[in-house]
Design a protein around this ligand. Structure first.
Ligand code: DHB
Length: 369
């Protein structure tokens, strides 16, 4: 056998520059940590990670996926920082029968774009319905929603609003900001004028600090408008720099760096030891668990590594993640996981999303229909 036969290649396509660069940085760091902890030889194969920067532009994602599959002959493509990137690669995964492990992007419909897609991140419907149940039971009777205008934002708006209204809440207005270079100021002025009990927010990872800053600068909290959000807003990558104005913000999400399990403590410690300036966020966990899904599939297939066999071995995996117990649903290829309610609190002088309630084993509600 030549050296090529002895290799197992993972093409990791991430936004390493541009608006979503923190997603790329977090996932690459987590993938490298997983390999450092678990070795780079699996079932007799030498695992090689090839990292490519798509800058968050789907045309670039598509070209890189094509090159990785055709020229580098990768066994798996993985990463995908934003929904348009995951969707751009999907037809290539299907044509070439290459498993595509989506570690970040979170629009519900992504897994339906190719039978070769497996997801280790989350879906916006999954976390948004949990907030739609919590808010009306906790004094929030009216909201304005503010989401980034693309797949995950539209999912968050729809699934939060439907559940909130089902529970008797009133949605006064639905606002959408553009994905590229958003200016939140004019939207927040509208929210002030509408005077809801709360503003429900989804913005993608990396944009949370800007929303929080403008929310506080405009004195929204002092005007009696609470912020509630998906955990993308109080992102562990940025939270500690948001300042005490973020204290008390309640969010729903699948991962907090403060998740109090032994496994998570080990994960956070090892991650920070290898990356002293970073705190792992939900993107890091998506990358870490995605590597686990790939490694275990390679073990199950005894290093044979064909696309169909790998895919079959990815489906149905059950394991303990730093976020809690997870399952890769064999039918949908999407992740089933616990969703937490968390409140921003100070612990040892640092801001964290502290979990105070949990919904166990939440499937993506976007697949129910
Ligand atoms: C997506 C990107 C994010 O940064 C995030 O926090 C959630 C979803 C996406 O594009 O799917």
């Amino acid at each position: 056998a030549n050296a090529q036969d002895n290799k197992f290649k993972i093409g990791l396509i991430l936004p390493m520059t541009g608006q979503s660069a923190s997603t790329g940085r977090q996932i690459e760091a987590a993938a490298r940590l997983y390999m450092a902890q678990n070795g780079d030889t699996v079932a007799g194969k030498k695992v090689e990670l090839i990292v490519k920067d798509d800058t968050g532009l789907p045309d670039v994602t598509k070209r890189l996926a094509q090159e990785l599959i055709v020229n580098d002959k990768v066994n798996v493509i993985a990463g995908f920082g934003i929904t348009p990137a995951a969707l751009a690669a999907a037809p290539l995964a299907t044509q070439s029968k290459t498993p595509q492990v989506v570690m970040a992007a979170a629009t519900s419909s992504i897994t339906e774009a190719s039978p070769y897609i497996v997801r280790s991140s989350f879906t916006l419907p999954q976390v948004s319905v949990v907030m739609g149940d919590w808010a009306p039971k906790n004094g929030v009777k009216s909201v304005v929603t503010l989401v980034t205008d693309y797949g995950p934002g539209n999912d968050a708006e729809k699934f939060f609003s439907e559940r909130f209204q089902l529970n008797g809440g009133k949605v006064i207005e639905k606002l959408r900001v553009p994905l590229r270079n958003p200016d939140f100021a004019p939207f927040l002025q509208k929210v002030r004028d509408a005077k809801p009990d709360a503003l429900f927010v989804f913005v993608p990872s990396g944009a949370g600090a800007a929303v929080m800053k403008q929310f506080l600068e405009r004195g929204m909290d002092k005007a009696g408008i609470k912020m509630i959000a998906t955990g993308d807003v109080t992102d562990d990558d940025q939270l500690n720099d948001m300042g005490d104005g973020a204290l008390g913000v309640v969010t729903s999400h699948h991962y907090s760096a403060a998740h109090p399990s032994a496994l998570n403590k080990k994960f956070v410690e090892a991650f920070q030891k290898a990356n002293p300036k970073m705190r792992p966020n939900f993107m890091a966990v998506g990358g870490y668990d995605g590597m686990r899904v790939i490694y275990e599939a390679l073990k199950t297939t005894k290093g044979q590594g064909g696309g169909e066999a790998l895919l079959a071995a990815m489906k149905g995996q059950v394991f303990e993640s730093p976020r809690g117990q997870v399952l890769i649903d064999a039918q949908t290829r999407d992740i089933v996981q616990d969703v937490y309610l968390r409140k921003v609190e100070k612990k040892d002088g640092q801001l964290y999303n502290v979990e105070f309630d949990v919904l166990k084993g939440v499937k993506d509600p976007g697949k129910a229909k």
